[in-house]
Design a protein around this ligand. Structure first.
Ligand code: AMP
Ligand code: ZN
Length: 136
C-alpha cells in the first residue's frame, strides 16, 4: 500500500504528532481537528475500513480509543468526547486506512451530529430489523 498516507505515517515517511504507540496500533493528532486534541487511532496493518478490518484489530483500536478518550478529555478539559469511524465516501471517509476519531467536545463548539428523521412506514422497522439480523 505505497500510496496510503497513514501507512506512510506508520513507516515514518511523513511526519505526525504521535500520542500513543504499541505493537499493533498508533494514535496521533488529527492535522485538521474539529477541536484541539482531536486524535486518530489506526491499526499498524493496512485495512481500508471496517468491512475488511478483522474483529481482533477492531478490538485493538477501540481499546486504544478508550485510553485516548480519557487522556484527551483530561488534557484539553473537554466537556464530552465523540468516537466515530467513517466508512466509505458516503459516510465521509477520506483516508482509506481504518481509523477511529476521538473528538473532544465543548458546548456550542459548532460541530453538528446527525439529525434524525421519521423514516419508517408502519411495521417497516420490524422487517428492516429482520433483514439486518438475517445478515448476521
Ligand atoms: P476521514 O474523513 O474519517 O477519512 O478522516 C481522515 C482524517 O485524517 C481527517 O480528519 C484529516 O484531517 C486527517 N488527516 C489527513 N491527513 C493527515 C495527516 N497527515 N496527519 C494527521 N491527520 C491527517
Ligand atoms: Zn494504510
Amino acid at each position: 500500500m505505497e500510496e496510503c498516507i497513514f501507512c506512510k505515517i506508520i513507516k515514518g515517511q511523513i511526519p505526525s504528532t504521535k500520542i500513543y504507540e504499541d505493537d499493533k496500533t498508533l494514535a496521533f493528532l488529527d492535522i485538521a481537528p474539529v477541536n484541539i486534541g482531536h486524535a486518530l487511532i489506526i491499526p499498524k496493518e493496512h485495512y481500508a475500513n471496517i468491512y475488511e478490518t478483522p474483529e481482533d484489530t477492531m478490538s485493538d483500536i477501540i481499546k486504544v480509543a478508550k485510553k485516548i478518550s480519557l487522556a484527551v478529555k483530561e488534557a484539553v478539559k473537554a466537556e464530552g468526547v465523540n468516537i466515530t469511524m467513517n466508512n466509505n465516501h458516503a459516510a465521509g471517509q477520506v483516508i482509506f486506512h481504518s481509523h477511529i476519531h476521538v473528538i473532544p467536545r465543548f458546548s456550542n463548539d459548532g460541530f453538528e451530529l446527525w439529525h434524525g428523521k421519521r423514516a419508517y412506514e408502519d411495521d417497516e422497522m420490524k422487517s428492516v430489523a429482520e433483514n439486518i439480523t438475517s445478515k448476521l
